[in-house]
Design a protein around this ligand. Sequence first.
Ligand code: FNR
Length: 363
Amino acid sequence: MEMITNVTEYEAIAKEKLPKMVYDYYASGAEDQWTLKENRNAFSRILFRPRILVDVSKIDLTTTVLGFKISMPIMIAPTAMQKLAHPEGELATARAASAAGTIMTLSSCASSSVEEVASTGSDIRFFQLYVLKDRNVVAQLVRRAERAGFKAIALTVDTPILGHREADIKNRLTLPLNLVLKNFEGLDLGKLDKTSDSGLASYVAGQIDPSLNWKDIKWLQSITSLPILVKGVLTVEDTRIAIQAGAAGIIVSNHGARQLDYVPATIMALEEVVKAAQGKIPVFLDSGIRRGTDVFKALALGAAGVFIGRPVVFSLAADGEAGVRKVLQMLRDELELTMALSGCRSLKEITRDHVVTEWDRPK
Ligand code: FNR
């Protein structure tokens, strides 16, 4: 493990360690997986315009997200069922995030409950929400997250129905019987049958309410005082509506290319969302971040911070909490290096002029 020098190297180790069904579930994207490749390729269309002879002997990576001070603009995206990767699952991830001084987002479909994750003593945590058909279950879950000290709700809006991930269909993805979607344990989910062939995971996916719409943001605001981040915005139009609806922030996300295939890479959609947001609320980005240079590019195009998904589950599978710590440390070090080599001493000094994109250049 000492030989690991970048985040992507964990994927091959995870592939060797994990059952094929689990690796495929983590790695794959929807249908042709065009967006999956594009999430990475798009970063190569942005190059640097580094500034020289700036005193970069001290670099400050700290930032504030929804009023919470964190050590760097790199946070952890929600990924379901982390105990499939490692027995300590979300608890290990929470400890690693806390040690790095950053925020972890816990999935609704986690294999550890909001209370268990809170008991790790990690400081700032967000809770990702899937709105299920049974609104009582949702209300209970949101209240539990609030009581357990979670500081914001990341409302996932790109998943009215689960995307078509063909590897999972071929593998007949099911949850091992010793794993439980802990946040739903003991809640009345009607006809929940843990032994059903379709598996608990797809059962919960089937419970997601496809009728969810903008009016429901008001409903959510009526049951919680937590700030709401809308996760899964890709357009100007939806940015404007999200702001009107009272969102506290936007996460430009294509769900790691697991939902609608042939949507643009998030780094391509970011600028239009940032422009539409007009600085009224912060805009974050996830999907495809694997390098400190990616983080810098997102910040230069206006993101207030980024979230990482697969690097966490792969490093967790490879080396548990130590793996996730190392991923966060490597990304931090790479971002710091990129800033130094670009002549930026703080995140505020990263500007649009520090990058040039393919779409800036005349054809
Ligand atoms: C996810 N993602 C996700 N999003 C969400 O809102 N709720 C969830 O439960 C999950 N679960 C999940 C599982 C796995 C295995 C993956 C890979 C992703 C999406 C996630 O939050 C994030 O948007 C992407 O993972 C970001 O892309 P990268 O960093 O994986 O490329």
